[in-house]
Design a protein around this ligand. Sequence first.
Ligand code: FDA
Length: 391
Amino acid sequence: MDYDVIIIGAGAAGMMAAAVAGQRGARVLVVDHAKAAGDKIRISGGGRCNFTNMYAGPENFLSQNPHFCKSALSRFGPWDFVEMVDRHGIQWHEKTLGQLFCDNSAKDIIAMLLTEMETGGAELSLKSEISRIEKARDGFRVTANGRVLTCAKLVVACGGKSIPKMGATGFGYEIAQQFDLRIVPTRAGLVPFTFQGALLEKLKSIAGVALPARVTAGGTGFDEALLFTHRGLSGPAVLQASSYWEEAAPISLSLLPDTDLPAALKAQRQAKGGIGMTRALSEYFPKRLAALLAEEFAPDGNLADQSDQAIDELTAKLRNWKVTPSGTEGYRTAEVTLGGVNTDELSSKTMEAKSVPGLYFIGEVVDVTGWLGGFNFQWAWASGVACGQAV
Ligand code: FDA
């Protein structure tokens, strides 16, 4: 047997599992077709890697089985990762909403994981194309760059389909299918919405405008920034809601949810009622957006002409602006892939496939997807540790 453990994918989950398994004494090889390890870590968080979220809990994840992630997350939480980061002298800060970022560079996290792997003696083989995986009597045979390698345990950590330009493939799902494991259909998550026709023209006319909003899709709402773009809608609130969106369904935009707009407009009517509705709204909204909102929703006349009821009706529309996306930007720009290996097929304690002893799936390839804000890396670390302790 060449190795105790072969891990496919030198991303967040794969490197963490390799470090933990290696430090427990296993002979570990990590294979990846990329030129460098941890490419997604490198570009994450605008180059500073939002490596975890202080408040990460099972409620921040989407999965067909919302209980599956509990075990791994409870055994390796955000502060366990912070402890590792501190041990390596990496400076960090909370940006907002519990999101922890490196002060310096995401490369520090990659260097940390490579050092942890080295400590455990784990080997890394980059630019390795895997052409074949077979089950052997006492383990697996993996053909990489034409060479057959044998191992007792095989860990699939090749991530999701997001950003194919960076080498993302559906390989992990193919391996699951090869071993007859069920897959929850995959789709792009944490992704901007696109629009068509007249609505797109309107949204385009205010591209670049951003404001606080609550964006709701599929019954789940997020209060963060909303950004109008040349293709439609983006910004953290939109990315979050996209993971809950079902095709062809409308989404609801509640603009400035923390401002008491009815009271503000009524007070303004008292003080300077002679202004037009665009002017009135531009007290609260960026100018170009105010013009669009006035045209879309405001009744004729100046502010002074509006009854209390008219103001209430107008603000109700601004609190529940229903728009129907034509789609999303897809895997091209999505931060994550929803769906994946059905968690019913895996042990939540070890990530091992119940029907294929010795075969493990960790990280994004599994049907566990986090919110925006460091949750996806937390799942990669936690599932990587659970597996690394078991193999
Ligand atoms: P990951 O994608 O990290 O690694 C998979 C590895 O497998 C890659 O190295 C790949 O090359 C390799 N691989 C794929 N196919 C293969 C094949 N056929 N053969 C061999 N190797 C193969 N999350 C977060 O919590 N905070 C953040 O700040 C961000 N920021 C962010 C920005 C952007 C632009 C993106 C696209 C994503 C994020 N994310 C994020 C999400 C996060 O990057 C993602 O959830 C984790 O990297 C998933 O870790 P995995 O180890 O599962 O896959």
